[in-house]
Design a protein around this ligand. Sequence first.
Ligand SMILES: Cc1cc2nc3c(=O)[nH]c(=O)nc-3n(C[C@H](O)[C@H](O)[C@H](O)COP(=O)(O)O)c2cc1C
Ligand code: SF4
Ligand code: SF4
Length: 260
Amino acid sequence: MMNTKIYYFSGTGNSLHISRTMAEHLGDTELINIASLTNDKVVFDTPCVGIVFPVYALGVPLIVRRFLENVNASSSEYVFAICNSASSQGMALSQTQELLNNKNITLNASSNVFMPSNYLPFGGAESEKIQQHKFKEAKIKLCDFAAIVKQKASTAVDDAKMPPAFIVSIIYRIFRWWIPRFARRYRVTNECNGCGICAKICPSENITLKDGRPVWSDHCECCMACIQFCPQSAINCKRIPPDRKHYHHPEVKASDLLVR
Ligand SMILES: Cc1cc2nc3c(=O)[nH]c(=O)nc-3n(C[C@H](O)[C@H](O)[C@H](O)COP(=O)(O)O)c2cc1C
Ligand code: SF4
Ligand code: SF4
């Protein structure tokens, strides 16, 4: 059996790349896409377990929350978490700690890494210079964090101090209510060639193809994968200028994230 399993969730590849980097540092590591899990009950059965995910609305994505709520048992001696955010992690790591504590699992070490933004409503892809700077800093931070994990050392959860907790919890509550319906804003253009990648990459089976075109339902995770990975750039979002520059991690292809 492997020494480490890293469970990751990734819309646009940043979290997958972080997971790959950690696996290189740690060795003997299996990467598991949370979106591809079919069994409701999760068992942490390797000596070391990692959880890697993007920050959504200053907290934990809903799919990761459900995953942590489904952990059934753990024989792992050491659990770490890495969240990644564009500018503020909010309370994502404290939320992770709380969800694990509910299962009597200790979060031994955790860290946030800054990565390029994928959230199209707030703007297109960041400049090449900013992206490269973030990748460089992330590489250094992950190398340091991997050393902590190898030593099985403990770190305290160090979440962002701003915005204050009560504001974060209001934003996050709105997010939980609103996000499943986010895809109502998506529109497909005539550029669509019916390739089906959007349906295959969607982590929540929220897309079906009808007459060769995507149709969205109401259990979106707002992960941006369909819009950012469409090879034809054929998906627009209501109230967002269609010429906004798309982003996905440069070393991650759509085929790396397909879940069906
Ligand atoms: C719905 C949504 C909400 C987000 N909220 C935040 C946020 O609160 N703070 C932040 O710094 N970045 C936020 N981001 C940006 C992502 O956390 C960031 O780009 C991350 O690296 C994406 O990882 P991925 O490529 O693995 O999906 C958000 C992105 C999405 C799609
Ligand atoms: S990924 Fe793009 S081109 Fe392919 S089916 Fe979906 S919308 Fe159409
Ligand atoms: S519909 Fe698009 S944004 Fe929503 S979960 Fe699926 S891939 Fe992600």
